[in-house]
Ligand binder design. Structure first.
Ligand code: FEO
Length: 402
């Protein structure tokens, strides 16, 4: 077992025993320049309980942190809140080493875990509202189906008003700090929004429903302990409020202009559109794909009101980098956007039509028919681009909330 890893105290009875992944830079298509953590937690109750585990290759780190405060064999229960491999990958080996009395997951989690992993052990299914006594500490369970997998659930510690929220309220951020209030707001705000946009955005309706359910239930939440990133122990209302805002995605007076270009013609058009948007009073973020990752694009869209997309035509198609981004965005289902398409071409010029088709499939309300420029945009085309920017800004000005 590896030495040098210690458990970190969260409350008098809850310790963080997860793993820090300083190296990961891509999470199946989501760029993670700041790495991530896989959080597991130990409840030091009469019946010692492990909440979630870690990615398979981090098993020794988790076990070393556990061993810094208890013998792993003293753990009575293991509870899996979420069966995705980053939280269950080492579960079979952990069960073998720890040999707990019981292993719990949501009812769907039982099926998912058994489908993915070779677990030679019965897993007990839990349902909404079930509770479990650990002797001096009591847990209750909340099903959170499709947030963001069918099996997802959250576990509430009644004595600490602490919610183990699995992926919810998490972020991909490797850090030596374990608490959000010890990390800069700038990093927290960006990484929490990025996580929401890239993981939870398609399920926003369910996020709203969950927040309403929690509010209606009257349960008090003082601490949120997610499966990635830092623990929220101060001003928990702030992250709950951010989630409620992101879930409804009200349009703001901000436009994202995302584009890819071959010989700068589409880039020149993007800048003219950006100038028109700015002239109309809209905040503008230009995102050239040679410098922006798809997961950064969707993060900017989370608090925008307009999405304007441009690509040159190459071999009768939009550029492949733009096809990648639009496919990714479509899956994440951003809401309440207006938008437009533009791009340059040499002799066929299919890209603008293709972009419009993708935006329409994403339920983006199109403004104008799209602007095309053959080879290099002339002053007439650039005037059209500027005017399109102003038109979008005027429309946004009537509908935006900020
Ligand atoms: Fe962090 Fe859905 O797993």
């Amino acid at each position: 077992m590896k030495e040098g890893f210690k458990a970190i105290k969260i409350t008098d009875s809850v310790y963080w025993v997860g793993a820090i992944d300083w190296e990961i830079r891509d999470f199946h298509g989501y760029s993670t320049p700041r790495g991530t953590t896989y959080n597991a937690y130990l409840i030091l109750a009469d019946k010692i309980t492990l909440i979630d585990t870690v990615r398979a290759q981090f098993k020794d780190e988790m076990l070393a942190r556990i061993a810094s405060i208890v013998e792993p064999g003293d753990i009575t229960y293991i509870i899996s809140n979420h069966s995705e491999m980053d939280h269950s990958g080492c579960l079979p080996e952990a069960i073998e080493i720890i040999n707990p009395e019981e292993v719990y997951a949501s009812a769907i989690g039982v099926k998912t875990l058994n489908s993915q992993l070779d677990i030679d052990r019965e897993i007990i299914g839990l349902r909404e509202g079930d509770s479990l006594s650990l002797g001096n500490i009591n847990l209750s369970f909340m099903e959170t189906k499709m947030l963001h997998w069918p099996d997802s659930m959250m576990t509430y510690v009644q004595e600490d008003n602490l919610l183990f929220s699995q992926d919810g309220f998490g972020m991909h951020l490797a850090s030596s700090e374990r608490f959000a209030d010890t990390i800069s707001d700038e990093i927290l705000d960006y990484e929490a929004a990025k996580y929401y946009a890239n993981i939870l955005m398609p399920y926003s309706r369910l996020v709203t429903r969950l927040l309403n359910k929690v509010s209606d239930s009257g349960i008090k939440i003082d601490i949120i302990a997610p499966d990635h990133g830092p623990v929220w122990r101060k001003d928990v209302g702030n992250i709950l409020h951010s989630y409620s805002r992101w879930a409804v995605q009200e349009p703001t007076c901000k436009a994202v202009v995302v584009y890819d270009t071959m010989w700068k013609s589409t880039a020149i058009m993007a800048k003219a559109i950006g100038e028109g948007l700015g002239s109309g009073g809209t905040s503008v973020k230009l995102m050239p794909l040679m410098g922006c990752h798809r997961s950064e694009v969707v993060t900017e869209i989370l608090n925008a009101g307009a999405l304007v997309v441009g690509s040159s035509t190459m071999n009768n198609n939009m550029l492949p980098g733009m096809a990648d981004v639009l496919l990714y965005l479509k899956g994440l289902k951003p809401q309440n956007l207006i938008g437009a398409a533009f791009g340059s071409y040499g002799w066929t010029g299919e890209s603008v039509g293709q972009i419009k088709d993708q935006l329409t499939a994403m339920k983006v309300e199109l403004i104008g028919d799209g602007i095309r420029a053959q080879y290099v945009p002339d002053s007439d085309v650039l005037e059209q681009c500027f005017s399109l920017g102003e038109l979008i800004a005027a429309k946004l000005g009537k509908m935006c909330s900020l």
